[in-house]
Design a protein around this ligand. Structure first.
Ligand code: NA7
Length: 530
């Protein structure tokens, strides 16, 4: 196969890859997006499981780079379901004529830097080869599925699914006995929908999670009009909040409120629904005692909703609220009131094995027709280390990150010149509204390439000192408060054998953006150019 040459190869055609391609075109920079799937959409291409839906309101979870796009596109629901999100991604691809520069069904396997030529050689699993001056990994934070280490996983004779690799064909569970393993966001969204069809549903729960009702509904037309009439203002305000989401975030302390005031505040937020629940007080993630007040409120709701006291108790999370990512649900807890739905708590006694007929746990054989793994992702680093990336002097990213990642601003790594990561470890990414965060990174990378073009620079590399200093700051910020007291995918704790290092930047979107702007104002401080 002949080697295709470009200025930039972008890996991944999700929201990041698509927007980057669009931004590079006016600069006259030749770019090719290489995508493993058959279509654009990234997360929303792969995660087609029943009930998959965004957990940030659609009016916010959307691009803002093009005014006509954000005015003309119409979401139908408060929280868009996966098919609509995929439709949106496809619409953007068509609207901006992106497909002609995207190569689908091509999974990059390796990227090797030639320091003399200052170019990258990329090879795909199918043998396709690319030669590029720059590589941008737009591979997403939650894109490498995590399969648990359970004996006999390959022996199951029925249908096996992973929520993050859901088939494109409709899966019909009507009349089937189904097991779901995992109760993170994907499990919590899919369980109620699977329960509607399945004859019998058994859920294997290792860690109970907090879920706040979405109260999803058709998008209110007046609200849509109001937002569209004030989009610029609305987006600007969102940028000033730590998660980059427009909403009510209070700074007052839970511990300074009376029990009655707290109850009223939590009730109001429960009724409003969604992730904004954690915006009730400023100290919820700073003090365990404050956190307990919110956690206990949610536990009381679970006990109210779930009829069987033993099941309710199992469903009550023991961790702090907000340690793992909060889930946003529709009928999750109430699903356990259905007579054909059973919860099996595998916290103290892990699943013993997958057998040809089902799941063995607690010495019991649970016979099922279909097995759904809702076991999440090798988050933040998984999709990056899945590619054999070799920088200067054959430095391997996989080896460099064996004890946990290190990156300058989540954008670039020392010894890996001309390589950028969109929303990489060390950037706020998953703590924020992903699309605006992606836009911020893509704008930064594009501006940087334009700046280099103007000065005839051909190589850029993060400096070791800057990388180390940023990483130290990032780790320091992570330990402020109680976030890291819970095992979570933020820490890599969900993946067997993965180093335990906190990965997303916890200092908030506004501070992070300021830092990125300062770096630019300082002539790209912390980067060396050649
Ligand atoms: P998550 O949130 O990582 O959830 C995965 C779930 O799978 C979680 O409940 C895990 O329990 C469970 N799990 C993993 N391995 C096992 C084994 N061996 N036995 C039993 N249970 C297991 O992934 P999601 O896909 O739900 O959501 C990821 C993000 O996507 C989400 O946070 C949103 O941002 C969107 P554990 O908690 O590790 O004990």
């Amino acid at each position: 196969m002949s080697v295709q040459q470009f200025d930039v190869v972008i890996v991944g055609a999700g929201f990041a890859g698509m927007y980057l391609l669009h931004r590079l075109r006016p600069l006259g920079i030749s770019a090719r997006v290489v995508e493993a799937g058959t279509d654009v959409g990234g997360t929303w291409y792969w995660n087609r499981y029943p009930g998959a839906r965004v957990d940030i309101e659609s009016m916010q979870y959307s691009y803002q780079f093009d005014e006509a796009l954000q005015q003309e596109w119409r979401w139908t629901e408060k929280y868009a379901p996966q098919p609509e999100l995929l439709k949106y991604a496809r619409h953007v691809a068509d609207r901006f004529d992106l497909r002609r520069d995207i190569q689908f069904e091509t999974r990059i396997a390796s990227a090797v830097y030639d320091a003399r030529a200052q170019r990258w050689a990329l090879t795909a699993e199918d043998g396709s080869a690319f030669d590029a001056q720059f590589v941008v990994m737009a591979t997403g934070c939650l894109s490498k599925p995590n399969w648990p280490h359970i004996d006999g996983i390959g022996s199951f004779a029925g249908q096996i699914y992973h929520t993050a690799m859901w088939p494109r064909e409709t899966v019909d569970f009507t009349g089937q006995r189904v097991a779901v393993i995992g109760t993170g966001s994907s499990g919590i969204q899919s369980i109620p929908v699977i329960a509607e069809k399945a004859k019998q549903l058994t859920v294997f729960q290792r860690t109970a999670n907090y879920a706040i009702p979405a109260h999803n509904c058709p998008l209110d037309k007046d609200y849509e009009e109001w937002v569209k009439g004030h989009y610029a203002e609305f987006r600007a305000q969102a940028k000033q909040t730590p998660p980059g989401i427009y909403g009510r975030f209070r700074v007052g302390k839970a511990l300074e409120a009376t029990p009655e005031e707290r109850q009223a505040e939590y009730e109001e937020r429960w009724k409003a629904g969604g992730l904004a629940f954690m915006g009730a007080y400023g100290d919820l993630m700073l003090s365990k005692e404050a956190n307990d007040t919110a956690a206990e409120f949610v536990r009381s709701k679970i006990r109210e909703i779930v009829d069987d006291p033993a099941t309710a108790e199992s469903l009550c999370p023991k961790n702090i609220i907000g340690g793992k990512r909060l889930c946003v649900d529709t009928n999750y807890y109430a699903t356990y009131n259905k007579p054909h739905v059973r919860l099996v708590d595998v916290r103290d006694k892990p699943i013993e094995a997958i057998t040809p007929t089902g799941v063995r746990a607690h010495g019991e054989d649970f016979e099922v027709d279909a097995l759904v793994f809702a076991t999440g992702f090798d988050a933040m680093t998984g999709a990056l280390t899945a590619v054999d990336i070799r920088g200067k002097e054959d430095a391997s990213l996989r080896e460099r990150w064996a004890d946990g990642p290190i990156s300058y601003l989540g954008l670039a790594m020392a010894d890996f010149p001309n390589l950028f990561t969109v929303t990489g470890p060390g950037s706020p990414s998953v703590f924020t509204n992903m699309i605006p965060t992606i836009e911020q990174h893509v704008d930064w990378i594009t501006d940087c390439l334009a700046w280099m073009q103007d000065r005839n620079y051909t190589a850029i590399e993060a400096e070791h000192d800057a990388e180390r200093a940023w990483w130290e700051h990032h780790q320091e910020v992570a330990t402020v408060g109680i976030k890291t007291t819970t095992d979570s995918w933020y820490l890599g704790a969900n993946v067997h054998g993965k180093a335990r290092v906190f990965m997303p930047y916890y200092g908030g979107f506004p501070d992070y953006c300021r830092k990125c702007e300062e770096v630019v104002a300082d002539g790209y401080a912390g980067f060396a150019f050649g």
